[in-house]
Design a protein around this ligand. Structure first.
Ligand SMILES: [Zn+2]
Length: 480
């Protein structure tokens, strides 16, 4: 195909032939090393397979500030059932449809192959004006950001970092959230079941869910929280016992489903079912805009439970769901519409000895992340539950005074004749880790239009790749 003879796309085609699933980066990492050696450029490969390639500034730019140009070399590998593609050895098959490049029933790897292609084009060029550059391609971004974690700041001298891992032309990213997963462990005291009654399975269904960061502002119901509310009304008004509470599968997804097993005294059956109906009507009304299909079901169960939570344990479990911070906590006062801090009770699991509540906490302000952590811990302490915070990752806080952002903004106005969108995202990026290691860094993140990344429908706009490249070069030219 003709397009793959053109600049940028020729390198995109090259790297598409090299398997580069997260965790399997040796081949692509070695390819980058030999590319640099062939061009007689200084290159360094670390143990994590990260590659740094340095190229001096061009004529007139020898003494310009050094710019780190950064992307990740791994890609998410997902495919449709219809293909027997082997990501371990098969090249990604590229297809062109109008302005779009797709892969054949697999992810494309435009995220973040386009960063590699831009970088290689820049490294190979002898007719582009640019300051001294340090290309940093990290390994394993998509699963845990291990590459970025392993980067040794001693190997980099630049004070400016341009990350090419945003997927919307016209948007310049200037901040991202940090996060931590909290885990509250509530010990269970079991009671033996007494009295005449029936078992019911209560389920909450029909919610939309979504990403706990980027979609936390949509007001969608969290099944775990709703289950807490349902159980609160039930234990207050009906004589029931609870045997288990479970909900959600991923801590960073808004949970769509939750289940509880309860025991209802025989005399209370009518009252119980009437209250479930009432609660159904309440949730349907509250969530009519965000989750109109929400429903609570109570189904009689044949399963014979012989133990239930003690009254005390049941109350503490419900209090946990009422007290652990959930949903939007603060909004940014600098960037309109940006969620600054949030928390999401993603998973609730009943085990033999304890009930575990896991939440994804995010904030673009470190001290606010700490505040949410402290609130969660206070709830755990009051309830006599264990508490820990795991998988802590740093934020990239909005920098009111950023030279590189100004250059990108100014360059955008000149190139496109309109204002770019300056945005912050309520999710993690490698930039947060770099900012923590190298606090002096002045950073932006940008990129061309890539759609449906991380899915087999991933596609990338050819014209957007070309425009964004020209715009990028016009900005580099200004760094003198
Ligand atoms: Zn990416």
């Amino acid at each position: 195909m003709e397009i793959f003879k053109e600049p940028i796309f020729r390198y995109f085609e090259q790297i598409s032939k090299i398997p580069r699933e997260s965790g399997n980066e040796k081949a692509i990492s070695d390819y980058l090393v030999s590319f640099a050696k062939e061009k007689k450029l200084e290159v360094l490969q670390d143990e994590a397979m990260n590659v740094i390639i340095k190229k001096p500034g061009t004529k007139g730019y020898e003494n310009a500030p050094t710019v780190i140009i950064q992307g990740h070399m791994d890609m998410v590998c997902d495919k449709n059932k219809s293909t027997d593609h082997d990501f371990g050895k098969d090249p990604i098959k590229l297809k062109v449809d109008g302005d779009m490049i797709y892969a054949d029933n697999t992810t494309l790897g435009g995220d973040d192959g386009i960063a590699i292609a831009y970088a290689l084009e820049l490294l190979a060029s002898d007719d582009i004006y640019h300051p001294p550059i340090e290309v940093l391609m990290t390994a394993n971004e998509e699963v845990g950001m291990d590459g970025a974690i392993a980067v040794d700041p001693k190997n980099l001298t630049g004070n400016i970092l341009i990350n090419i891992d945003s997927e919307e032309e016209g948007r310049i990213l200037v901040s991202c959230a940090g996060g931590i997963t909290t885990k509250q462990t509530l010990p269970i005291v079991w009671d033996t079941l007494k009295g005449d009654g029936r078992h019911y399975d209560i389920s909450i269904r029909g919610l939309k869910g979504g990403h706990s960061g980027s979609e936390i502002n949509l007001g969608r119901g969290n099944s775990n929280i709703l289950m807490g509310r349902v159980l609160k009304r039930l234990i207050d008004e009906v004589d029931i016992s609870i045997a288990s509470i479970n909900g959600g599968q991923k801590v960073n997804a808004i949970p769509r489903e939750a289940d509880a097993q309860v025991f209802v005294k025989k005399a209370e059956k009518e009252k119980f079912l009437k209250l479930i109906d009432e609660l159904n009507a309440i949730l349907k009304l509250e969530l009519r805009a965000s989750d109109p299909d929400v429903m609570i079901c109570a189904k009689e169960s044949d399963e014979k439970l012989n133990k239930v939570f003690s009254k005390e344990t049941a109350r503490k479990a419900i209090y946990s769901l009422l007290l652990i911070p959930n949903g939007i906590q603060t909004m940014s006062m600098e960037i309109e519409g940006l969620v600054e801090s949030s928390s999401n009770i993603g998973i609730v699991t009943t085990l033999d000895e304890s009930i575990i509540f896991e939440s994804a906490v995010r904030s673009s302000v470190k001290s606010l992340k700490k505040l949410i952590l402290d609130k969660s811990k206070a709830a755990a302490n009051l309830l006599g539950a264990g508490f820990e915070g795991v998988a802590d990752y740093p934020e990239w806080q909005y920098e009111p005074d950023s030279k590189i952002r100004e250059l990108f903004e100014k360059g955008y106005k000149e190139f496109y004749g309109e204002e770019p969108e300056i945005v912050a995202i309520h999710a993690g990026l490698e930039c947060g880790l770099f900012k923590e290691k190298m606090p002096h860094l002045d950073m932006v993140s940008f990129g061309p239009n890539i759609y449906d990344a991380h899915t087999p429908n991933e596609h990338m706009s050819i014209s957007s790749v070309k425009r964004t490249w020209e715009y990028f070069l016009s900005v580099l030219k200004k760094i003198k």
